[in-house]
Write a protein that binds this ligand. Structure first.
Ligand SMILES: Cc1ncc(C[n+]2csc(CCOP(=O)(O)OP(=O)(O)O)c2C)c(N)n1
Length: 628
């Protein structure tokens, strides 16, 4: 391993790929796999997707020059090989850690990263923009968008194909088809790609037809034309990639994505084609590591694991995560109410919906990476009498802002948004933190927004949501669910009230969701210093329980709000408005949450500390406030 490390950390530029032959490239690929396995088994990260693109990345860097050609990696979770080849192998120990190497492409990290990604299906749009800019500036370089078959299910990718196909702009789209999204890919397009990939009929019939036509003597113009026409129509029916042809792309493929020689040939060819080109590359997710090949979904994004056994290294006692609580709760609801349906946008496992999917296949919908569609689809189901629960990560719901307003809230439809991974999510960084949802949902008329203090309260909220006939959003964080049952017995969310957890005269902390635990621990620290806190578990961000909050804050001079959302437009703003509305006579009001900035990657606890939202940070803020 030391030798491999030395070899790879010595790489300063991707030119190495141009200076060695195919055999040596293959050996380099093997070293890269060893390096990836060694490193990602220690740091955790997106392993399977990277193992799948080793040869593709080597071939791209052999044919193109990333110091001038633009390469856009869709989602960007598969750029580890690209990072190694562009001189960043020596930073892999810090992968996804605070101040360390990002797990995604970042323009600020390297001149070889041409576009920041993290959310899916953006690469063709961005690539087309860059290609158009190139043409306007009369520059001469290639633009290559590398998109997975999963990412191709996103609406933006279709919009971009539609645009690119009629522009005749030189743009190379590499479709990295491994049949997998995080889980098995879904949808009609996925089936189509599967046919291209696997059905020998396509190749055979195409060859037969062309062979046959070649043999027909040209007996005159008419016959020739007919023959050409026949060939054409058959081509469109039978030639692989007819769909892409119809959209205006030259289709090349399918190509074996692990054969460097073949890949280089096809890339070279694409470089010289006028107009948009799509290269269909077939890869195996997890290639070269048996556990990842067998379970590519488990190794899509994985925590540190044991290389020998492929098992995740567990630390501490096993706890139930919020996603599992959601999964179990929705199972209970579905049992009682046959109108309950569940929707995911390509994240059945991450959102805790696997059991539901297996138990109620007809009531479960994986729509692909298509959050916008998921929301309007849910609106349609709700408009026709059902109760859809859309389980989605906070960051990806950003995509569907207009659909929530226009298709759900405007018609006051009973769609339940189960917003997982709200707040800071950790190592995936700025593209993935769920810190905007409160701000973009608060101003939507008809929306009820809740956040539970613990797992049991999440269950109560889901049950309560089922009784409402209006849009509901419930946000909960990544990771283990809290348990307040030894402290609180108030789980009555149907009363639409906040919960007063403790009473104290000096400070009132109004906390939402996960921050209730922090507030509670801060209180213990302050008690030691003879400072007494009232703690309100707000439960409802919208509508806030005005009565409880006003009556508790009425006689307290120092008020602090706590949320793991950006402060702007968030929960604290709502409370500030409330205090103003009732002209409460408090001395200090402090809003604690995340700043008006993008939050980098790093362990969640480290980030909470860095932004003053851990117990120490909040305690300090309160002490400063009291000393003012
Ligand atoms: C808008 C959005 N929704 C969901 C995700 C979560 N996500 C990350 S990678 C991925 C699957 C991507 O599949 P594919 O493009 O085929 O790449 P592969 O990992 O298979 O190489 C998903 C759903 C995301 N990044 N962006």
């Amino acid at each position: 391993m030391d030798e491999v490390n030395k070899l790879l950390t010595d790489i300063k530029s991707p030119d190495i790929c141009k200076n060695i032959n195919d055999k040596e490239l293959k050996l380099l690929g093997e070293d890269i796999r060893t390096f990836l396995l060694e490193n990602v088994s220690k740091t955790g990260g997106h392993l399977a997707s990277n193992l799948g693109v080793v040869e593709l990345s080597l071939a791209i860097h052999s044919i193109f020059d990333s110091s001038k050609d633009r390469i856009i990696w869709d989602v960007g979770h598969q750029t580890y090989v690209h990072k190694i080849l562009t001189g960043r192998a020596n930073r892999f120990e810090s992968l996804r850690k605070y101040k360390g190497l990002s797990g995604f492409p970042k323009r600020s990290e390297s001149e070889h990263d041409h576009f920041d990604t993290g959310h899916s299906s953006t690469s063709i749009s961005a690539g087309l923009g860059m290609a158009k800019a190139r043409d306007l500036k009369k520059e001469n370089h290639s633009v290559i968008s590398v998109i997975g078959d999963g990412a191709l299910t996103g609406g933006m990718a279709f919009e971009a194909l539609n645009h690119a196909g009629h522009t005749n702009t030189e743009l190379i789209v590499i479709l990295n088809d491994n049949e997998m999204s995080i889980s098995q890919n879904v949808g009609a397009l996925s089936k189509y790609l599967n046919r291209l990939r696997t059905d020998p009929k396509y190749f055979k019939v195409k060859d037969d037809v062309e062979h046959l036509l070649a043999k027909i003597p040209a007996l005159g113009k008419a016959v020739y034309k007919t023959a050409e026409k026949a060939k054409d129509s058959l081509k469109y029916l039978l030639v692989p990639g007819a769909l892409f042809h119809e959209l205006g792309f030259t289709y090349l493929g399918p190509v074996d994505g692990h054969d460097i020689k073949e890949l280089k040939l096809v890339l070279k060819r694409a470089k010289n084609i006028k107009g948009p080109t799509l290269i269909h590359v077939i890869t195996r997710k997890g290639k070269g590591y048996k556990y990842a090949e067998k379970n590519p979904d488990k190794f899509h994004g994985i925590a540190p694991f044991d290389l020998e056994t492929g098992k995740v290294i567990t630390t501490g006692k096993k706890t139930t995560g919020y996603s599992s609580v959601f999964g179990e709760s929705i199972m209970d609801l579905a049992k009682k109410d046959d109108k309950v349906l569940a929707i995911t946008a390509a994240m059945p496992d991450g959102t805790g919906l696997m059991e539901f999917a297996n138990t109620y296949p007809k009531r479960f919908f994986d729509v692909g990476i298509a959050e916008q569609h998921a929301v309007t689809f849910a609106a349609g189901l709700a408009a026709n009498g059902f109760k859809p629960y859309f389980a989605v990560y906070s960051t990806f719901l950003q995509r569907a802002y207009d659909q929530i307003i226009h298709d759900v809230c405007l018609q006051n439809l009973p769609v339940v948004f189960c917003i997982d991974r709200s707040g800071l999510v950790g190592n995936d960084g700025e593209t993935h933190h769920g810190v905007f949802d409160l701000s973009f949902l608060m101003h939507m008329p008809n929306m009820t927004i809740m956040a539970p203090k613990d797992g049991k309260e999440l269950q109560s909220m889901l049950n309560f949501a089922n009784t409402l006939d209006t849009p509901v959003a419930i946000r909960y964080p990544r990771g283990s669910s809290d348990d307040f049952t030894s402290i609180s017995n108030d789980y009555d969310v149907a009363s639409k009230t906040a919960e007063v957890l403790t009473k104290g005269k000096d400070v009132c902390i109004i906390a939402l969701g996960k921050m209730v635990r922090i507030a509670y621990e801060v209180r213990m620290k302050l008690l030691d210093k003879n400072i007494h806190c009232t703690i309100i578990n707000a439960r409802f961000a919208k509508p806030v329980d005005e009565k409880t909050i006003v009556s508790e804050c009425n006689n307290i001079k120092n008020i602090i709000t706590l949320e793991d959302n950006v402060i702007k437009g968030g929960f604290g703003y709502e409370i500030l408005n409330l205090l103003n509305k009732y002209k409460l006579n408090c001395k200090n009001v402090k809003l604690l949450g995340l700043p008006d900035d993008f939050i980098e990657h790093g362990n969640t606890d480290v980030l909470m500390k860095a932004y003053g939202l851990d117990v120490e940070g909040v305690t300090k803020s309160i002490e400063e406030m009291l000393n003012q």
